[in-house]
Structures are given as C-alpha cells and as structure tokens.
Design a protein around this ligand. Structure first.
Ligand code: AMP
Length: 404
C-alpha cells in the first residue's frame, strides 16, 4: 500500500485531502469533532518530519456557491488546539478564504516547515464535484506531494479526491493513516475473515442494502436483519406486518436473496418478535408482538426481547462481526433497546476476542450514543464509502492512488 509511514516529508509542501465535513450548530459550534481528530496522526507525521501541510476539505453541500454557513474558517480554532495538544508545542495554523487563485498560491509559497494552511471549502467551486481537470491541476500545483486521508469521500470521483492524483507521480501520492486503517480493516473483513462471520444489517430500507447483502452472501455464515427493512422480508415470507415499513416493489428481490442464501448455506436471522407502536412517535402506545402477526394499524419500530436474545447468541458465537444499520428507531427512547442490546453483544464478543467493525452513518451514531465506540474493534468513519466498499465496488479515491 502507498502509505506514509516510511516516507520522509522533510521540506515537502504536502497537500492533504481530509474529510472535515463536521456537524456545526447555528452558532458554528462543532457538534462532533471526530473527523478533525481522525486527521491528526497524518498531520503530526508530516510536521514531525519537517514538512508543511496544506489541508483541503469540503463541508456540507454548498453546490458551487460561496456560502458563509459552510465556511471552514469556523474549524480553525479547534483544529489548532487539537494539533497543538497532539504535538505538545505551538504550531502556526493559517486559513485562506479560497482554495485556488493568486492569494492561495502566495500563501502556499510562503508556508514554512512545520506550518499548516487550511484552504476554504472546495465545494465553493462547482468544479470540485464535477471532477474538473483544470481545477484539479490548480489544486495539485499547490503541493509537492499528495496525501489522501478522506475515506468519507473516497467513493466520489471529485477533483480533489480522485482526478488530482494523476498530477502526482506514483511515488509522490499516498494514503494517510486514516485511509490506511480504513482499507486494512475493510480488507480484513472482506478477504481474511475468521468464521463464523455474521453481518448485522439494519436501518430503514431494503433497497439501500441489497447490494451489500448480495456481496456478503459469498463471505458470511450468518446475516442478522433488523430495523424497518426486516418487515419486507417478513412480508415476503407471508407474515402480517400491519403498518410497518414495507417496500412492496422489493418483495421479489427479497425472496431471491432468501433463496440465494439457502443455496449458499448462509443463515438469515429475522426478528421473531417486535416492539410495536400505534404511531411513529416518541409518545406512541407500545406493545410486543410476533413480527409475523402484527395487528393492522400497528407498526414494528424495534426488535422484541426474544429477537434481541436470539441475535445476541448468534453474535457471541461469531469470530467476525460486521454491523451496519440500527435495529429500530433508536433515536426515540422507547425503540432503542434492540440496538442497545446488539451493541452490548458486539462489545461482549469483541472482549472475547472476536473482530468487530461498525460502519455506516446511523450505526456509528448508535455506538457513540450508547458509549460503545471504544468497545468494538473498529468504527469506520465513512458512511457511504464504507457501504460501497462492502458492496464490492472499486472506490475511485482509492484506485487513483494505487493506479500506475
Ligand atoms: P439507514 O440510514 O437505512 O441505515 O436507516 C437508519 C434509520 O432507520 C434510522 O433513522 C432509524 O430510525 C430507522 N429505522 C430503524 N428501524 C426502523 C423501523 N422499524 N421503522 C422505521 N424506521 C426505522
């Protein structure tokens, strides 16, 4: 792998693509700084070698228009604090209010060793998302070497994530430490998984998860299905699901998945019972029901206690665990028990020596909410990117660094 560990960045102006797409509140306070923290090891390595760092990122979806709301300048203070804490000394961190142009070139030229410059949001230029050649060259000209550490956007063929790489010789482009960890962990699960191997797939819609389920059928021994998507499976088997989420146009696809799984000896586990509610609300009346016999007007919003116990037993028996998507509407207190019980089972299995990886936006939010992030083997930072990796797709941001 083209990693940075054995490279000496001394005197190099290093262009680093990071993913600083952090949530900000209305007063521009950072709500979750994990993505900033995840970039620090790579920045530290370059500075410790005596290089200078030019950071580039997107934030939100400004769609090619300059917008105060999406300015990266609001990250400067906190990022500076994180870098200084990690390095144990005071580092100069500058900000420039564009990512291309004369002013940016002059700031980059005057950047000294061990200094950091953060460029303004790349997506203020529509050329970023369209993967524009000229724009990518203007960015590339700012640095001597290129490091991609933005796993969260590795599935996008944007100017700064993919197109830019061709302007650097293969020996001058690298994966940062975060990318390296993401790729290594994902590869371990996809190609070197110890069995039994279970995938826990939850969330709202079957349609979003079909490709990942199909790709995993050749690799896993068990698939646990929870969340809203479970009811399309239960309906496909002839169950009564009341008002629960159901994608009628996916019933045939689901039947097809069930028969493929049977042919490959993969056991699909569906929730035997559910927590049902009379409406989709935190104040709903609730009850427990068999998942295949839910009364009309009621809907399943979480897995039930028997399902949680059964899923927990499967998980604790597995050597490799991949988890994507919550078991219920975990944002509401009445429907979070199922997801919490899965988090506990994954943590227990990990403590017993199993390898566990959690990824995809809402599962990360769930493990963070329940305080389990440091009790699993690896939490992936990339939602869509992680999903596409496990669907078996080639991510353009990764391919661009590897290509010869
Ligand atoms: P996804 O983005 O597809 O992983 O879906 C995550 C969302 O699915 C979360 O916001 C959950 O609230 C929602 N969800 C999970 N279980 C259910 C359910 N039984 N019914 C409706 N929504 C659900």
């Amino acid at each position: 792998m083209h990693t940075i560990s054995s490279y000496n960045f001394c005197c190099k102006k290093t262009l680093v693509r990071v993913d600083f797409n952090v949530p900000l509140d209305a007063d521009f306070n950072i709500m979750d700084d994990s993505r900033l923290r995840a970039s620090i090891p790579t920045i530290k390595k370059i500075i410790s070698d005596g290089g200078s760092v030019i950071l580039m990122s997107h934030l939100g979806r400004p769609k090619g228009v300059v917008s105060e709301k999406y300015s990266l300048k609001y990250l400067v203070q906190h990022l500076n604090k994180l870098i200084n804490e990690e390095l144990g000394c005071s580092i100069n961190l500058f900000f420039v209010n564009n990512c291309i142009g004369e002013n940016v070139i002059s700031k980059c030229n005057s950047l000294k060793e061990k200094e950091v410059l953060l460029l303004e949001n790349l997506r203020f230029h529509k050329e970023e998302e369209s993967g524009d050649e000229i724009f990518s060259k203007q960015l590339a000209d700012l640095g001597d070497v290129f490091v991609n550490d933005a796993f969260g956007t590795a599935h996008r063929a944007h100017a700064s994530t993919t197109i830019i790489a061709k302007h650097f010789a293969p020996e001058n482009r690298f994966f940062g430490f975060l990318m390296e960890a993401e790729i290594k962990n994902a590869e371990k699960v996809l190609h070197k998984a110890e069995k039994p191997f279970c995938a826990i797939i939850g969330g709202a819609k079957v349609s979003d998860k079909i490709l990942i389920i199909e790709n995993l059928l050749d690799r896993v021994t068990d698939i646990i299905i929870g969340g809203g998507m479970a009811y399309t499976f239960i309906k496909a088997q002839g169950g009564k699901i009341g008002n629960s989420l159901c994608e009628i146009d996916r019933l045939e696809t689901v039947k097809n998945i069930l028969s493929k799984a049977a042919a490959k000896n993969v056991v699909i586990h569906l929730p035997i019972d559910s927590i049902i509610a009379d409406k989709f609300s935190k104040d709903a009346e609730t009850s427990e029901s068999d998942s295949n016999n839910i009364s009309e007007e009621w809907m399943g919003l979480d897995i039930g206690s028997k399902a949680a116990e059964h899923f927990g037993n499967v998980i604790k028996n597995c050597k490799t665990i991949l988890w994507n998507g919550p078991m219920g509407v975990f944002e509401m207190e009445k429907f979070q028990k199922g997801t919490l019980s899965i988090a506990k089972a994954v943590a227990e299995a990990t403590q017993q020596g199993s390898f566990s990886i959690v990824g995809g936006g809402d599962s990360i939010a769930a493990v963070n909410k329940f305080g389990f992030a440091d009790k699993v083997s690896y939490v992936s930072t990339g939602g869509g990117a992680m999903l596409e990796y496990f669907e078996g797709k080639t991510l353009p941001g990764i391919a661009a660094i590897k290509s010869i």
